[in-house]
Write a protein that binds this ligand. Structure first.
Ligand SMILES: C[S@@+](CC[C@H](N)C(=O)[O-])C[C@H]1O[C@@H](n2cnc3c(N)ncnc32)[C@H](O)[C@@H]1O
Length: 374
């Protein structure tokens, strides 16, 4: 694989770093290897991790907080610029192997109490290398290039600040496919794959020919609509009230080759009466009163419109059931994901429907409700 080109974002970041360094150089604070506790002279290769732990944590940590020590390799690449900025790049800056980078990343993530630090470090490092995770285990002694080192440090920094790993990498797997995710969309959850399972069973049982018209109301990344369209060949529509989310979903559909028609609208407002055989939805269902108790990654990063529908968390279920009665053809199915503790009350909303059933998730929690319009 060739060298990863500098993206515009990298250059913006790097220019900030350059200015940071310039400022500190001007104020006379630029450190030396000795200041940073590193080895002097000769080969600066990494020693076994145990011996170098402090040194490397210092280097990675310093990078995260903006010191120029970690950035020296990048500066050496910018040596043509050093005249005006007054850099004095040294030839023997430390190099870091994949193995050491992982150890240091894990240490930093652990210190910041980030959950699953090892897996997180692996995902972030493989993303920095633009490789699959398995590559890390096959090439533990490979040295990181400067650009990879810079990317990795930035990703660790973002994660430590609370950004979910999926928003750092821009990816989340759902039902065996990779979806692009940005902070404009909810990160698709494994529980939502149960909605797919139930919807697939409904489609296969009721339209053997696959001639099904389905709607995903509140599509977010497009996970449900795209998956169901690809799995069944159904005629698929999807809505979201967020134009930004719809853009992400449309891009996912295009990348994955799914034929889904996207509309920005309030639930099912754009559609005529009796126009669908199946409606699926994973609505916002977190009660507003639970907001402060959410993980910071969720509360501070995921779109609030994807999480909260109102004080009780039931608000969107009421609206979806009312709309579905109009938009489903007689005998059509509604399949919805259930929030924690919602099952009985949502089942009550569907008491006049037929064949109502609730499916648990792998933890045994009621997760999906399906019912058929009478
Ligand atoms: C919990 S997220 C589900 C996203 C995706 N379906 C999934 O399962 O990962 C709920 C989605 O509903 C959208 N939404 C919220 N209110 C809506 C409304 N009134 N009409 C349409 N979409 C809405 C949000 O923007 C968000 O994308």
């Amino acid at each position: 694989m060739g060298r990863t080109p500098w993206s515009a974002a990298d250059l913006v970041g790097l220019s900030g770093i350059v200015w940071g360094c310039f400022g500190s150089a001007k104020s006379g604070s630029r450190g030396t290897r000795a200041d940073q506790g590193g080895d002097q002279g000769g080969d600066q290769r990494v020693r076994p991790a145990g011996q170098n732990k402090c040194h490397w944590v210092v280097n990675l940590d310093a990078a995260l907080w903006g010191s120029q020590s970690w950035l020296q390799p990048a500066f050496s690449r910018l040596s043509s610029l050093r005249g005006p900025f007054g850099f004095n790049c040294q030839a023997n800056w430390p190099r870091m192997t994949i193995k050491t980078a992982l150890l240091q990343g894990v240490a930093l993530l652990e210190d910041a109490a980030v959950p699953v630090p090892r897996l997180t470090a692996e995902v972030l490092l493989s993303h920095a290398l633009r490789r699959e995770r398995v590559y890390l285990f096959a090439h533990p002694e490979q040295e990181l290039r400067e650009v990879e080192w810079l990317h990795y440090g930035r990703y660790l920094h973002e994660r430590i600040k609370g950004k979910p790993t999926q928003y750092v990498t821009g990816r989340q797997e759902f039902y065996g496919r990779e979806f692009r995710v940005t902070p404009d969309v909810l990160i698709p959850r494994p529980e939502t794959e149960h909605v797919v399972e139930v919807a697939l069973a409904v489609i296969r049982k009721n339209s053997a020919s696959g001639a099904c018209r389905l709607l995903d109301a509140g599509t977010g990344s497009g996970a449900l609509a795209v998956t169901l369209q690809l799995e069944t060949g159904a005629t698929a529509f999807a809505t979201d009230i967020s134009a930004a989310a719809t853009t992400v979903a449309a891009r996912n559909a295009a990348t994955l080759g799914a034929a889904v028609h996207f509309t920005v609208c309030d639930l099912m407002q754009a559609f005529a009466d009796s126009s669908f055989d199946l409606i699926v939805s994973n609505p916002p269902y977190v009660p507003l009163k639970h907001r402060e108790g959410l993980q910071r990654e969720v509360r501070d990063w995921e779109p609030h419109i994807a999480l909260f529908a109102g004080e009780t968390g039931y608000e969107m279920y009421h609206r979806i059931v009312a709309d579905a009665v109009r938009v489903l053809r007689p005998g059509g199915w509604l399949v919805m994901e259930l929030g924690f503790g919602c099952a009985d009350r949502v089942a009550g909303l569907l008491s006049t429907w037929r064949d109502s059933r609730i499916e648990p998730d792998l933890a045994g929690i009621p997760r999906v409700i399906a019912a058929r319009l009478a």
